[in-house]
Design a protein around this ligand. Sequence first.
Ligand SMILES: Nc1ncnc2c1ncn2[C@@H]1O[C@H](COP(=O)(O)OP(=O)(O)OP(=O)(O)O)[C@@H](O)[C@H]1O
Ligand SMILES: [Mg+2]
Length: 268
Amino acid sequence: MLAQEDYLADRALSTAVYLASVLGQPLLLEGEAGVGKTEVARALAGATGARLIRLQCHEGIDLHQALYDWDYQRQLLAIRAAEGGLAPGGGLYSREFLIPRPLLEALEHEGPVVLLIDEVDRADDEFEAFLLEFLSDFQVTIPELGTVTASGRPLVVLTSNRTRELHDALKRRCLYHWIDYPSVEREAEIVRARLPEAPEAIALRVCAAVGRLRAEELYKLPGVGETIAWARALLALGDDDLTQTLGVALKVKEDIERVQERRVLEGV
Ligand SMILES: Nc1ncnc2c1ncn2[C@@H]1O[C@H](COP(=O)(O)OP(=O)(O)OP(=O)(O)O)[C@@H](O)[C@H]1O
Ligand SMILES: [Mg+2]
């Protein structure tokens, strides 16, 4: 099913995704940047006809961004209207002033949902503790309104780049899978799936080149996204000079210099 969405998963990842969906357990995906973690959730939603709801985590993310917020502007307007004699029917903290954020949206959505909690390692401890609670109950209490419970369990995919270790308690709730870089052959298949117009020779060369780069000690290794972009760049140039287009794959000055100095791509 993932392949229909042009996502090529190996057996271990397919198994993890399958188990997550039949057991109704969250799936935690870790791996280097650009190995296809986020894309799993997108492909899964596409394949199952579920709605994809995404919560992008970042430093300092809080409940108002993740769960719900109050529409202060509309509340203010309502207060002004009330001064003119038009009091809001349900009070200022009623449903009409509530802005649902991704987690609440996922709970309330009728029909299947894939909830992507992306880059959870960027959020802080406190938020992680809240997520733990959310993932065990799939319900949320809004003091002014009461408790909202999921109509059906969303399929949850969490991703982490492992910039820090997640807590054991959160991990224990989840199925875990580490996504590795694909083999050269596998990556060429991915390029073919994503960029069918690229000639076979370009796909193979770019993947071989990326394989070489990943064997180097670089600050930032290229992900699968970069491989596809590189193939696209060569296609657009109608040229096959890998060293002139290094900047598509590498984004750190020292890395580019190192690769050029050591002639890493020679013979590819
Ligand atoms: N197995 C795969 N099959 C098809 N396409 C893939 C695969 N893996 C990665 N891709 C492609 O690589 C791109 C990058 O993947 P994605 O954004 O999911 O990486 P990520 O692991 O979430 O990276 P980051 O850690 O930077 O967020 C995707 O847009 C997708 O096109
Ligand atoms: Mg991602």
